[in-house]
Ligand binder design. Structure first.
Ligand code: ZN
Length: 104
């Protein structure tokens, strides 16, 4: 498995590979360097939306496969006919269920 979960960065709002604390690589590195990572909690306080209906679960599983393949967000949206918001919900649920975690 390569490829980290794709998240919408809590700092700049750009989508990218999750580095930790809901931040993509550039922002995580910057906040780490400046000592300001504490602004961003390590884990969501409340569980995000999790897919439960059968068709939603199937799409979520396919989302996971695409993430594992390193698919770009634009391809995932196209293949799953998903809205930007839907992609964010999947990313949040994926991070919550399977981690992304701290690496720095
Ligand atoms: Zn950012």
């Amino acid at each position: 498995m390569s490829g980290r979960p794709i998240v919408t960065c809590k700092c700049c709002g750009q989508m990218g590979e999750h580095q930790g604390r809901g931040l993509i690589k550039g922002c995580y590195g910057r906040h780490h360097y400046r000592g300001t990572l504490d602004q961003f909690p390590a884990r969501p306080i409340a569980p995000p939306w999790i897919p439960r209906r059968r068709d939603a679960v199937a799409k979520f599983a396919r989302y996971g496969e695409l993430i594992a393949e390193g698919a770009r967000p634009s391809r995932i949206r196209w293949e799953l006919s998903a809205s930007q918001r839907q992609l964010e919900r999947w990313a949040a649920a994926w991070n919550y269920l399977f981690g992304g975690g701290e690496t720095a």
